[in-house]
Design a binder for this molecule. Structure first.
Ligand code: HEM
Length: 268
């Protein structure tokens, strides 16, 4: 029930009678203030119910079910690879957001200095910005570590048989995640718009064009045409900094949520 009804008569004198500490009365007054406007007590109760429901985990592993002493496998180092993938992702996301303050996704010529505006903004990050070279290196390294960790995590899951029933869905989400991790890498690689980026983009266009029937349409959609330009860079940028972060963060949350509900698979 909402606090609104309870306190319609007199929450102030009730609070006085209770002899509350100052912290308790500030907390209750704020709660009542918020509840009158946003009905938050209802939502808090809903979250509490949800919390207890979610805690009803699936049948536990053999070790947990029979409360066996041998939980040594919990500490196998290769079981930390999923966590390392998550950690690398978080570091890449934070350093990427900071790089976004300085990077401009423009393929226009950058005035007197060589290269485009995008290329020059990277040069500024590397040469002029305090610790800019470090920020960019942290972003690149965390991205590489993530690709390696995700791949090794997948091997760990495969070789311990952890993809089997009831974890098939998480394996499939994993396949989507490793694919999107690579798309993250590819779109990011194009952003400096240097020679490496440009020719990697060209390969991407040609690979898309080689797809039967839908090839031209896909090249148009992903690269903004058959030759590279502003449309290409802008698309890579939006995929890299807007679309993928939303989708990948959501999928990682679901992936880890499922691990939480199902428990870690015991090695066979
Ligand atoms: C962004 C990429 C990924 C992240 C952040 C991630 C994260 C995690 C984490 C933290 C766990 C808990 C257990 C552990 O750390 O080993 C886990 C388990 C699992 N992951 Fe991933 N993962 C990713 C990609 C993948 C891929 C590519 C696959 C397979 C195609 C996969 C399939 C699974 C499965 C089946 C489990 C359950 C394993 C078990 O119960 O022992 N994941 N993942």
């Amino acid at each position: 029930m909402s606090l609104e009804k309870k306190d319609e008569y007199d929450h102030k004198s009730w609070m006085k009678k209770k002899d509350l500490t100052p912290i308790e009365s500030v907390f209750l007054t704020s709660l009542i203030w918020l509840d009158k406007r946003l009905r938050i007590v209802d939502y808090l109760e809903l979250m509490e119910t949800l919390y207890y429901r979610v805690n009803l985990q699936m049948p536990k592993s053999h070790t947990e079910q029979y409360n066996l002493d041998n939980k040594f496998w919990y500490w196998y180092p290769l079981y930390t690879l999923g966590f390392f993938s998550t950690l690398a992702y978080v570091v890449a996301a934070i350093s990427g957001a900071l790089l976004g303050f300085y990077y401009s996704p423009s393929a226009a010529a950058g005035g007197e200095a060589a290269g485009t505006v995008a290329y020059q903004s990277i040069a500024i990050i590397m040469q002029d910005l305090q610790f800019g070279f470090m920020l960019r290196s942290i972003h690149r390294w965390s991205a590489q570590v993530m690709v390696a960790a995700v791949f090794l995590h997948m091997l760990r899951v495969y070789f311990t048989g952890a993809y089997k029933e009831p974890r098939e869905l998480n394996w499939l989400i994993g396949i989507v995640l490793i694919s999107l991790t690579m798309v993250f890498g590819y779109t990011g690689y194009l952003l400096p718009w240097d020679q490496l980026a440009y020719w990697a983009g060209q390969i991407g266009v040609e690979m898309s064009l080689s797809i039967p029937l839908a090839g031209e349409w896909i090249a148009q959609l992903l690269f903004g045409g058959f030759s590279l330009g502003q449309a290409t860079l802008q698309r890579m940028y939006i995929i890299h900094v807007f679309l993928l972060p939303f989708v990948v963060t959501t999928l990682i949350a679901i992936h880890i949520g499922i691990v939480w509900v199902q428990g870690i698979a015991e090695p066979h």
